[in-house]
Design a protein around this ligand. Structure first.
Ligand code: ADP
Ligand code: ADP
Length: 237
């Protein structure tokens, strides 16, 4: 993994909303950080700054070994090394799990653009990613035959296929039932640890954060109101 450093990062949207107050946070490799906060707290905005989808209106994001993201080439390189997991993955239901994973970012950069068949190596990488999320026996099933939890795991496989160094997930369990949410959080935490990824995951469920995070960053009204291990997050937070 590579460390990602938000230095006084602030975001004010064009309509005047101050979504993020100047925020300084350092995210370390191998550490599973949960951004915890209610809807509108600024979690998504911060995550989008960390992968360069939103350009901060104040401060900057600095990536270990790369520098700041204010240059198009470095931004591209950072996005290539960053896997994203979302609340909804919009899988193509009538295609297989394997095809959906191949058509993730790997596909966009490779075969999809050039209209050549997938290489054996690309397929092997995709199958390895599918295996890591526990869906190998379903690799050739249609995506619409999977449960919601399984579809989210396909989303994780899609992020893993490009062998990322940073894993960012925006409310990845928001649409899942509690047991399936626990399962997905454990899976992502395990992968973060074994690959040494710099992982930042947003959640609004306090208990889930408490059980799975190495570190919790609490956001409220676009400002950091807590930063520490789950054990020091008090009941009222
Ligand atoms: P969260 O992910 O914690 O729900 P967001 O980062 O999505 O929070 O939103 C933070 C604040 O910024 C909210 O008040 C939201 O309405 C506002 N916001 C988010 N995206 C935009 C946008 N593109 N334009 C204007 N305001 C936005
Ligand atoms: P988890 O993520 O904890 O495995 P899921 O909701 O993904 O939970 O699935 C629960 C169980 O139900 C799994 O063992 C899965 O194999 C099975 N299952 C879910 N959806 C289907 C389906 N459409 N067809 C067959 N089995 C399914």
């Amino acid at each position: 993994g590579v460390a990602v450093h938000a230095e006084s990062v602030a975001v004010r949207y064009a309509n005047g909303t101050q979504a993020l107050q100047p925020t300084t946070l350092r995210f370390e490799p191998g550490r599973f950080t949960v951004l915890l906060g209610a809807s509108g707290a600024g979690k998504s905005t911060l995550l989008r700054c960390l992968n360069g989808l939103v350009r901060p209106t104040g401060g900057q994001v600095r990536v270990e070994g790369l520098g700041t993201l204010d240059d198009a080439a470095r931004l591209r390189q950072h996005r290539r090394q960053t896997g994203m997991v979302f609340q909804q993955h919009h899988l193509i239901g009538r295609l297989s799990v394997l095809a959906n994973v191949l058509m993730g970012r790997l596909g966009y950069h490779a075969s999809w653009a050039t209209l050549r068949p997938w290489s054996r190596e690309e397929k092997e990488r995709a199958l390895a990613a599918i295996d890591r999320v526990g869906l190998i026996e379903r690799a050739l099933h249609r995506a619409d035959e999977l449960s919601g939890g399984q579809q989210q795991r396909v989303g994780v496989a899609r992020a893993l296929v490009q062998q990322p160094r940073v894993l960012l997930a925006d409310e990845p369990v928001a649409s899942l039932d509690p047991a399936t949410a626990e399962h997905l959080m454990s899976l992502m935490h395990r992968i973060c640890r074994s690959d040494g990824l710099t992982a930042v995951v947003s959640l609004h469920q306090v208990e889930l954060a408490r059980r799975h995070a190495d570190r919790i960053v609490g956001l409220r009204g676009g400002a950091v109101v807590f930063d520490g291990p789950p054990s020091s997050l008090n009941e009222s937070a």
